[in-house]
Ligand binder design. Sequence first.
Ligand code: DX5
Ligand code: ZN
Length: 221
Amino acid sequence: MKGMLSPSLMCADMLNLQSEIAALDNLGVDYVHLDFMDNKFVPNITLDVSLIKSVKSVLKNMKRDIHIMAYEPQQFFDKMDIGDSDIVSVHFEACNDVHSVISEIKSRGAKAFLAISPDTSADVLNNYLDEIDGVLVMTVYPGFAGQPIAEGSFDKIKQVRNIIDDSHKNLILEVDGHVSWDLCQKMRECGADLFVAGSSSVYCGKMDLETAVDMMMKLIK
Ligand code: DX5
Ligand code: ZN
């Protein structure tokens, strides 16, 4: 599967989001990563549901890659207008009934990804391989941009890649957190397909967006 990029909007210029989204949309980026946090599952609040919903109306090429870091995420699906072509990642650690949340996402025509935090074993995925469309491997502890990569992240990516390959399911392996210039290729070698690019790469502030996206696309292809 070709490497795909999903820049993390919470790392963009929050005072100019509409132009930031339009700029990404014009650069041939596959997805835009939209982090939602409830200040309970993680001690932070970022993009709100109405923004996540309104992003849908302005996208011309990119698709939404929605990462819900909240307990019982299904309560937000209507407000986010979850629908086809969306990726929706929900946390294994935040759902009472993962099976029903996954089927709720799929009933809306969206792709259901199961997100696992660094301290959650990849083995939990085995119960959901027939239902999910992908896995979001958190390579930092969820909640904040700018963190160092979590210990054991490369082994975790390899482990999830092996679980997916052994299942013979065509699942997407997404990585999120400290996907940096110098580590993204190693993540790719370990088996990642979809890369959340935040303050460690595309939004590092050292170059213009077009140059950064172009560099990242070349590194992960
Ligand atoms: C963290 C978020 C990530 C984060 C990535 O919980 O899910 O999307 O913004 O940004 P960096 O590259 O700074 O880790
Ligand atoms: Zn995220």
